[in-house]
Design a binder for this molecule. Structure first.
Ligand code: SF4
Length: 265
């Protein structure tokens, strides 16, 4: 399958928006990435643990279903260091994996304090991949951390990064709208006025809520199709995908081969 016809996702589009060259290296040339960053590893490890905790609510016969916070912390600590890649990438100077672990443990405890015993409602899906076909026949997909039926239907996305966006940045972000689009297409019986996204910033117990309506969803679906058509119409040569240097270059998976960065730091 050519890169143009491979499934599209929010992270693929976000990569293009952040820096077209990064997109080119990753999705067109498929260059080898640098090892996982420690920040990404913290996010993955916490997502995995929360998934396990909620799986115990689906199947209460699991041994861990009656575990207390101390037992989950113990498991988390063991698996954090056991599964951490040997070559995990640490971009911030003077930091060590133990510091990231302590930070992650604090997030886990804060989350536990807010949500235990985790019976917010009915779990419909956990870490499930949803997809749609756009009007031009592209596949667009996204993995949704948790989809719940509470008083209303809720799409939950955990955020573990240090930067919490300002409200206006969150509301102009297309990711929540993409997720609403995916769920609305896959669960057409769920009324749109009873469906929303909750972005859960675990670090500070901060929630952002995003709702939508049919007009906005039609608009975002059209925009999605247009953006993809625009990108695939670019002749796939490196010079057609300009670099965009910024603070995120420190975490770029291709900084080792980027002409803007290579050999300069
Ligand atoms: S290092 Fe920066 S400029 Fe270079 S590809 Fe990555 S994001 Fe783009």
């Amino acid at each position: 399958m050519t890169w143009q016809r491979e499934p599209w996702s929010n992270s693929r589009l976000a990569s293009y928006r952040q820096c077209a060259r990064k997109f080119f290296f990753g999705y067109v040339q498929k260059r080898q990435k640098l090892p996982t960053s420690i920040e990404a590893y913290v996010g993955i490890s916490l997502h995995n643990l929360l998934e396990e905790i909620y799986r115990c609510k689906i199947d209460e016969r699991k041994v861990e279903a009656n575990w207390d916070l101390g037992q989950w912390v113990e498991l988390y600590k063991l698996s954090f260091f056991k599964n951490m890649p040997n070559n995990v990438r640490i971009a911030r100077k003077n930091t060590r994996p133990e510091m990231y672990y302590r930070d992650a443990e604090r997030m886990l405890k804060a989350y536990w304090g807010e949500f235990a015993p985790f019976d917010e409602g009915e779990i419909i899906s956990l870490e499930e991949m949803y997809s749609i076909n756009t009007k031009s026949g592209f596949t667009f997909r996204g993995k949704i951390d948790r989809f719940m039926k509470e008083e209303e239907w809720v799409i939950i996305d955990y955020k573990t990064g240090k930067n919490v966006p300002k409200a206006n940045i969150f509301y102009s972000d297309s990711q929540p709208l993409f997720y609403l689009l995916l769920i609305h297409a896959n669960y057409p019986d769920v009324p749109l006025d009873k469906l929303y996204c909750r972005w859960k910033y675990i670090r500070g117990n901060i929630d952002f809520i995003r709702r939508t309506d049919q007009d906005e969803l039609d608009d975002i679906e059209q925009q999605l199709d247009n953006i993809i058509n625009d990108i695939i119409s670019i002749p796939p040569l490196e010079e057609n995908f300009p670099t965009k240097v910024g603070s995120l270059c420190w975490w770029c998976d291709f900084r080792g081969s980027c002409p803007e960065i290579k050999g300069k730091v």
